[in-house]
Design a protein around this ligand. Structure first.
Ligand code: SAM
Ligand code: SF4
Ligand code: F3S
Length: 472
């Protein structure tokens, strides 16, 4: 499968997951919902907000789709393939409607926002279409749908951040949690549908973010990932203290909760990441030395068409600055091949930039034209699909070699690892992550989930490090 690559958290085409936080309490609720999520981490975080809203109104979650009274599918529109996956899944839900005629099916998220009421015409079995800023109205929409009417709310908001809603952690390992710090996006990258599906950028109240992270820590969580499409433009005006909280300040507040709480963040836009952010990462041991800094292309000409507002040289200077201030900083990226007018030379520039930056991880996609975006309106999608895919494959091949080298460089070194649970392959082994977000497998001993341990790396594959815990 060409389009899907590497690491789960960023794999926007991955299969959805069903959630069951209250599987043993299933009989306490009159009705049950089943929710499946697709897309980016923000969508998964939104599903946890939806679960909280529904539970507050007496609906219980189930992971068994067959016993659900309500099925929700939280959708992604980023590439055509993501939408096809959702449509396929919706046809599979049809059979449950046959056996349970009272069953309601709701479409949430970016595809709901993009297609609006048109969805109801295209997919007859859908009863509710609810955009990302309208989840508070879900209980009323469910009531409406229960009367046999189709229910739609796709209004975007300028201020909704769901700041006061405590998400219900779904399918959680109890160690890592996503925390949304902002919504929407004000950038207008020409290929991207997100500004249309998520609306204007708005930041969430800093105090509510810090409180959510504190609560998580008290519940035993040991890592939070602060989420936004462009975290570096976070800003919140605290009127009581008369201060503007920047992203660097927010990170510091979260890092100060406890040295035992690891802090990650995603995504940084190269044009917005500041020295202040880099100094803050360098200052706090518990802020991971790892930056996801999507470049999209290595060609300044293509970057301009993409409206990314930086050039190849500017990006390289930013990477150099990161390495200067945080010498051992891990770096990952997103890349698109076959954007409108991309030549073989442009493609070679993307490959050479990847060689220069030596990314630890890269999420690579071929360009998928999205209706309504600037690129769809202005440029012809003129690179044949076989060329887009061939270039993507060349990029993947290069990255495979680079990521293997990145892993090999770690063999013989010792890393502080946060234990996330038992290894999927062997119950006598544990799995955790380094600061650089690399997966490490090691023998269990007396160690358990949520603890930190120093592990000496003995061997590796392109995706995993294997080691021995160091006992002090
Ligand atoms: N806000 C982040 C940023 O600016 O880097 C990420 C946004 S998007 C959710 C994740 C990635 O999907 C993008 O970085 C880009 O590489 C990819 N993407 C977005 N639109 C695309 C399209 N039309 N075709 C292919 N890939 C796309
Ligand atoms: Fe899309 Fe660009 Fe916003 Fe990222 S920064 S969500 S790529 S418009
Ligand atoms: Fe997809 Fe929407 Fe996220 S389009 S990548 S779910 S913001």
């Amino acid at each position: 499968m060409l389009e899907t690559l590497t690491h789960k958290e960023h794999d926007e085409t991955r299969q959805g997951e069903a959630y069951a936080p209250f599987a043993n309490e299933i009989n306490l609720f009159k009705k049950h919902f089943y929710i499946e999520s697709y897309g980016c981490a923000m969508n998964f975080a939104d599903s946890e907000v939806v679960a909280s809203i529904l539970q507050g109104k007496g609906f219980g979650a189930t992971k068994n789709v067959e016993e659900a009274d309500l099925i929700f599918i939280n959708t992604c529109s980023i590439r055509d393939k993501a939408e096809q996956t959702v449509r396929k899944r919706l046809t599979e839900f049809r059979k449950f409607k046959k056996t349970n005629p009272g069953l309601l099916v709701g479409v949430l998220g970016c595809m709901a926002e993009r297609l609006k009421a048109q969805f109801l015409e295209e997919e007859k079995l859908v009863d509710m279409v609810v955009g990302p800023d309208a989840y508070r109205t879900l209980p009323g929409l469910i009531e409406e749908a229960e009367t046999g009417q189709k229910a739609v709310n796709v209004l975007l908001s300028r201020d909704e951040t769901y700041a006061d809603i405590s998400p219900i952690r779904l399918n959680s390992n109890g160690v890592n949690a996503f925390v949304s710090i902002m919504r929407g996006c004000n950038n207008m990258c020409s290929f991207c549908v997100v500004p249309f599906t998520r609306g204007r950028e708005r930041s969430r109240d800093a105090a509510s973010i810090v409180n959510e992270c504190k609560d998580l820590f008290e519940q035993g969580y040991r890592e939070v990932t602060l989420l936004g499409q462009n975290v570096d433009s976070y800003h919140w005006i605290d009127e009581q203290k008369n201060e503007t909280v920047t992203f660097a300040m927010l990170m510091e507040k979260v890092a100060l909760i406890s040295p035992l709480l690891r802090v990650r963040f995603s995504t940084s836009h190269p044009k917005d990441i500041t020295d202040d952010v880099l100094f803050t990462i360098a200052k706090y041991e518990n802020i991971c030395n790892y930056i996801h800094l999507p470049v999209q292309s290595g060609s300044s000409r293509v970057l301009q068409l993409m409206n990314r507002t930086y050039s190849r040289e500017w990006y390289i200077a930013k990477v150099n600055r990161i390495k200067e201030l945080i010498p051992d900083c891990g770096l990952s990226t997103d890349m698109i091949t076959g954007f409108c007018t991309e030549t073989e030379e442009d493609h070679q520039e993307s490959l050479s930039l990847m060689r220069y930056c030596q990314y630890d991880l890269a999420y690579m996609y071929f360009y998928s034209e999205r209706p309504g975006t600037l690129a769809a309106r202005r440029f012809k999608d003129d690179i044949p699909e076989d060329v887009k895919k061939r270039r993507l494959q060349e990029m993947i091949d290069l990255h495979r070699i680079q990521s293997l080298h990145s892993m090999q460089r770690d063999v013989g070194k010792t890393f502080k690892v946060l234990i996330e649970g038992t290894s999927k392959k062997d119950e006598n082994e544990l799995q955790g992550r380094t600061d650089h977000n690399k997966v490490v497998i090691f023998p269990k001993g007396n160690l358990s989930k949520g603890e930190y341990v120093f592990v000496k790396i003995i061997s590796c594959t392109a995706g995993t490090l294997f080691g021995q815990p160091i006992t002090t």
